[in-house]
Each structure stands twice: as structure tokens, then as C-alpha cells.
Write a protein that binds this ligand. Structure first.
Ligand SMILES: *Cc1c(COP(=O)(O)O)cnc(C)c1O
Length: 421
């Protein structure tokens, strides 16, 4: 039996209507920016496997560090115990995070990192004797698939079965040049009507919302209003973190810093799942008390797994290296050059870029999960390029180690698509 056939026997894939799309594509090997299927055909991973493998797949430097760690300490309960990899990672994270961040809390994935952030914010107020139970979020944000994160996500077309169980979330539109006054009015109205605990947002780039981008100055005004009203701000940097916007974190572009930051994805460079929620000293201090009940009673069995921590430390070392920083600059410039070439193409409706994230909207009619979307995906795969269109949006978010030749091949394949439309 082929891998495809064996897959169908017992596996249930995420985000998949198996009746319409029964086939998954087997990948048997990955190296640098390349993926290999079971026929030996290679594909350029233009989205770094959902923005995780930013230093290249199976990065040899990370492998070496993991190997050493695996021989030394694999796992230890993180309640009541500690270990050097977690301590070292916390020190490295605090060095690159916005200056107000002081404490590091571990979990397993982007959704749980946001869940932790939301729970921290709710309990922060609870511990101070204030009952605040409303969360503010953007209309079209995405924060994950666990209940709290899902409640905060505005892209809820497929959340129907769960809506009755959501936590209380009030929404504001994502700000732009035209609607900013409306956004601020709506925000003020929500703040005066509800007991608002927190505001959760993806800073500058909304990944699942087709890489929608918005300006730092608008977000800054919203954050300032939250701050004045003692509303805890949670920056979801699960997608934007670790260099993708051209700075270590998207929050680095914004004057007002968040109280809480969630991160995952590139944190562990595509090797293993792990997530971190960082916060300020002030948040942490609100949990210090003679009563145990004011502590943060949230744990995951694999919290701060030493092997995952060793991956993250190696990843941060690579991120800070001259080579990766040079590559990031080169990708940014290549995207900008490509943009100049195609932004006036009749089949291109709009383009946008932040750091190594580049997106273009096609000038065609199609559904987000419609047939055309899958045809475009097939076009890329046939040509050895792995890009996953978000509806009519095609985006590139390549691993930092991608070569110029590989980048050019992605651009050329997009050009061929445009002329075929
Ligand atoms: C991917 C993502 C999440 C969810 O992370 P998971 O690891 O898939 O649970 C949350 N927020 C943003 C911005 C993301 O891109």
C-alpha cells in the first residue's frame, strides 16, 4: 500500500472535509527550504510549514543541540522543578522581547499560549477584587482553536457548532485610514458598556485573515486607550514573532507595549511543539499572595520540556546570527523588487508586504475554500512550489535560509499563474 492509501485508513486531518478532499500529500523528507514527496519530487517550502521552520528544515545546528539535550535530560515536571534549558531560554527571550516583558510561562501551542494570556488577564482583575469578564478582539482576528482562543477569533465561519459556548467577546473593526474614528468610537462604547478585562490582537499582520496588514499608529492609539482603562493588552505574536516582520517582534514597531505576549510557531523552528506566554512584572505580581487561590493554576504536562527549550535556544541564536539577519534583509529586498514588477498586473488586485511576509490578492471571483483555490494550489505544487493560497490571496513567508534561486522560482511560478488566469 502507498502512504496515501495507508493514510486514509486511520487518519483524520485538520481543516479537511474528507468527503471532498480524501487525499493528503505524503512528504518523506525535508531539508533547508525543500520538501520531498514519496516520488522523490522536490518542493520549495514557500510558507515555512505554517511559519515554523524559519531556519530551514532539519537545521543541522539545531539537530546537534537537540541531540546533546536528549542524552542529558529529556523531561521533568515543571511544577516544583526547574532546569537549565528553561532558565537559559527565559534569559534569551527576555533579551529579545520588548523591554517591559519580565516573566515567561510555558505551554504547548499557539492556541494554549493565547488561552494562558486570556486566563492571566481575567485572573489579574479577579485577584485585584474586580470582576471583569469581557474580552475585546478585532473582527477578523485569529487566535487559535481552543475555546478561549476560538471565542476571540473573529474568523468564525466554521465555528457554528460551538458559538453557544464562547466566552464574552466584543469586537472592533481592524483599523484603516477610513474607519479609524469609527473604531475608536466603538472601542469607547464597549469600554463604557462592559467590564472589559483584556484586548487581544495580532500586531500589524493578521495571518489567517489573508495576511491583512494595518498601521502601527492606529494600533498604538487603541493600546493607549486600553492602558488608560486598565485593560490588559495581549499581543498574539504566534505568527509574527521571531523576525518575520523584519524586527524580532511586530510589537517592536509599536510605541505602546503589550502587557502580555503569546508566541509559538517559529519559537521551536519546526522541530517540536511548544509555546510561551510572556508578561510584565505587574501582571506576575498580581498573583503573589499568601493565599494559594491567587496563584495561576494552569499547567500542561510537557510545560517547558527541556528538549523543546533546547530547540528554542538554538533558534534564537540562529535568529541573532549575522547570516540569518543578512538573509532576512535580502528576502525583504527581493520581495520589494518582485512587488514593483507585479503590482500593476491586471490580475493583481492588491499587494502588501511586512518584512519577509509578502501577499497579493488576485483580481478574480472565488470562494475562500472553493474549487479555484485548490486549482491554484495544484498549479504551485505541480511546479515544485509549496504555497497555500488563503482564498484569493497568495502569500509567501519563506524560511530565512531560502536561496535567491529558490525565491526566484517562487516568483516565476506566481507570474506563470497570473498569465494563465
Ligand atoms: C497559528 C496561530 C495560532 C494558533 O496556534 P496553534 O499552534 O495552531 O494552536 C494563534 N494565533 C496566530 C496569530 C496564529 O498564527
Amino acid at each position: 500500500m502507498t502512504l496515501k492509501e495507508r493514510d486514509k485508513k486511520h487518519l483524520w486531518h485538520p481543516l479537511t472535509q474528507h468527503k471532498i478532499h480524501p487525499d493528503a500529500m505524503p512528504i518523506i523528507k525535508a531539508e533547508g527550504a525543500l520538501l520531498f514527496d514519496d516520488d522523490g519530487k522536490e518542493y520549495i517550502d514557500g510558507i515555512a510549514s505554517w511559519y515554523t521552520a524559519m531556519y530551514g528544515h532539519c537545521n543541522p545546528y539545531i539537530i546537534e543541540k537537540v541531540n546533546t539535550q536528549m542524552r542529558n535530560l529529556d523531561q521533568i515536571v515543571f511544577a516544583g522543578f526547574t532546569h537549565e534549558p528553561a532558565i537559559h531560554l527565559s534569559e534569551e527571550l527576555i533579551k529579545i522581547l520588548p523591554q517591559n516583558q519580565e516573566k515567561i510561562f510555558f505551554s504547548d501551542n499557539g492556541s494554549t499560549a493565547n488561552e494562558v494570556g486570556i486566563k492571566m488577564a481575567l485572573q489579574y482583575h479577579f485577584n485585584k477584587g474586580e470582576k471583569r469578564n469581557t474580552i475585546i478582539a478585532f473582527n477578523d482576528g485569529f487566535h487559535g482553536d481552543t475555546f478561549g482562543a476560538m471565542s476571540a477569533s473573529g474568523l468564525s465561519v466554521y465555528n457554528g457548532p460551538f458559538e453557544d459556548f464562547f466566552i464574552d467577546v466584543q469586537r472592533i473593526p481592524t483599523p484603516n485610514n477610513e474607519n479609524f474614528e469609527e473604531v475608536i468610537n466603538k472601542l469607547s462604547e464597549i469600554i463604557s458598556t462592559y467590564n472589559v478585562a483584556a484586548f487581544i490582537y495580532e500586531p500589524l499582520v493578521q495571518g489567517a485573515n489573508a495576511m491583512h496588514m494595518f498601521e502601527a499608529k492606529y494600533l498604538n492609539e487603541i493600546l493607549k486607550i486600553c492602558s488608560v482603562n486598565n485593560i490588559i493588552t495581549i499581543a498574539d505574536e504566534v505568527m509574527t514573532g521571531f523576525g518575520k516582520t523584519g524586527k524580532n517582534f511586530a510589537s517592536d514597531y509599536i510605541e505602546t507595549k503589550p502587557d502580555i505576549i503569546s508566541m509559538s510557531k517559529a519559537l521551536t523552528a519546526g522541530f517540536v511543539p511548544m509555546a510561551v506566554t510572556s508578561c510584565t512584572q505587574e501582571i506576575y505580581d498580581a498573583f503573589l499572595d499568601d493565599s494559594i487561590g491567587k496563584a495561576f493554576f494552569h499547567a500542561h504536562t510537557y510545560s517547558a520540556n527541556p528538549i523543546a527549550c533546547s530547540v528554542a535556544i538554538a533558534g534564537i541564536e540562529l535568529l541573532g546570527s549575522e547570516e540569518i539577519q543578512k538573509n532576512i534583509k535580502n528576502i525583504i529586498k527581493s520581495h520589494t523588487d518582485f512587488d514593483t514588477k507585479i503590482k500593476n498586473h491586471p490580475k493583481v488586485k492588491a499587494t502588501r508586504q511586512k518584512g519577509v511576509i509578502y501577499a497579493l490578492d488576485l483580481e478574480i471571483e472565488m470562494d475562500r475554500y472553493g474549487k479555484k483555490r485548490y486549482e491554484i494550489f495544484d498549479h504551485f505544487m505541480k511546479n515544485g512550489v509549496c504555497l497555500r493560497p488563503l482564498g484569493k490571496t497568495i502569500y509567501i513567508l519563506p524560511p530565512y535560509v531560502i536561496t535567491q534561486g529558490q525565491l526566484n522560482k517562487i516568483y516565476d511560478t506566481i507570474l506563470v499563474l497570473l498569465s494563465s488566469l
